[in-house]
Design a protein around this ligand. Structure first.
Ligand SMILES: [Zn+2]
Ligand SMILES: [Zn+2]
Length: 301
């Protein structure tokens, strides 16, 4: 076949969706900022969404001010792959000099954001914190375990972790990543915030879990609990028949994770829409199921 003719396999949805879609950090945070501003127009949460939009703009601008990230060593990536571990090591990230520099840069850049008193006080506290305290905050964020009563300082640290982890994820070769366990990011070992059914033409209908930390998307089958892996006893709850965001509810482990139908609304964004759809959390809060999606911007709500 002459090379200039289109490959018929490239037309229409591709048979095998890629296992991972790695983030493009600058585009990711810009898109998130735009989406948050859009969502703020018709939301009771407008002040918080606008604050997060400004934070996402700071996150988007940060990589240009920082040195290029050093990808994990080749030997580490190979060993991780063999032993089904994530190539990004969260324990060492908490003590990593580049991570600390990213946090310092974010804390400085965030100064210009308009924010409520409590957020300002938390920002000042983290800026004044010694290395040991910052290390503790980083360790909590990197454990996907943020104490509810101390959410505000952790929010700033989580924003910096998102930037650094997304840049590291972007430095990896997606083709070499392998599944680890259900609900575990194959890049950084983190938990998903939400999952997204893609609307992109060529992978229309494929479902991806969205890592709350490094923003990697990894492929999962369409109907499956992202907490325990059960494909039985799955049902969906939503606010209204036409909802494009639903709670995927699992009877096996009694958890739920949001699923965002980007194939019905291409504007949906994994973190922005998670925060803006807090009404669904309120609905589920009255049930016996617990939220399994992790989102540092929703801790304390
Ligand atoms: Zn991740
Ligand atoms: Zn489950």
């Amino acid at each position: 076949m002459p090379e200039l003719l289109p490959d018929p396999s490239q037309i229409g949805p591709i048979a095998q969706p890629p296992f991972v879609i790695l983030p493009d950090p600058v585009r990711l945070f810009r898109r998130r900022a735009e989406r948050l501003r859009h969502l703020a127009r018709e939301s009771r949460l407008a002040p918080y969404l606008i604050f997060l939009a400004e934070l996402a703009e700071v996150q988007a601008a940060l990589p240009a001010t920082l040195p290029t990230v050093t990808p994990p060593p080749e030997a580490r990536v190979a060993l991780a792959r063999e032993s089904r571990m994530p190539p990004l090591n969260r324990l060492s990230l908490a003590r990593d000099a580049d991570m600390a520099a990213t946090l310092a840069a974010l804390l400085a850049a965030a100064d210009g954001i308009a924010m409520p008193e409590a957020a300002r006080a938390a920002l000042d506290a983290v800026r004044g914190a010694d290395a040991e305290t910052r290390g503790r905050l980083l360790a909590n964020v990197l454990s996907d375990d943020i104490p509810v009563e101390d959410a505000a300082p952790h929010l700033w640290v989580a924003a910096a972790v998102q930037v650094h982890a997304a840049r590291l994820a972007a430095s990896l070769d997606g083709e070499r990543l392998v599944p680890i366990r259900v609900g575990v990011c194959p890049c950084c070992g983190g938990r998903p915030a939400t999952s997204v059914v893609l609307g992109t033409l060529r992978i229309e209908g494929a479902r991806y879990a969205a890592c709350a930390t490094c923003a990697t998307l990894w492929n999962e089958v369409r109907i499956k609990c992202l907490a325990c892996g059960s494909t039985k006893g799955i049902s969906y709850r939503a606010l209204g028949e036409e909802a494009v965001i639903k709670a995927e509810v699992c009877d096996a482990c009694h958890s739920w994770v949001k699923i965002l139908y980007q194939n019905k609304d291409t504007a949906l964004e994994a973190i922005a829409d998670d925060v803006a759809s807090l009404g669904l959390d309120a609905l589920m809060g009255d049930t016996e199921w617990r939220r399994a999606g992790f989102d540092p911007f929703l801790v304390g709500f």
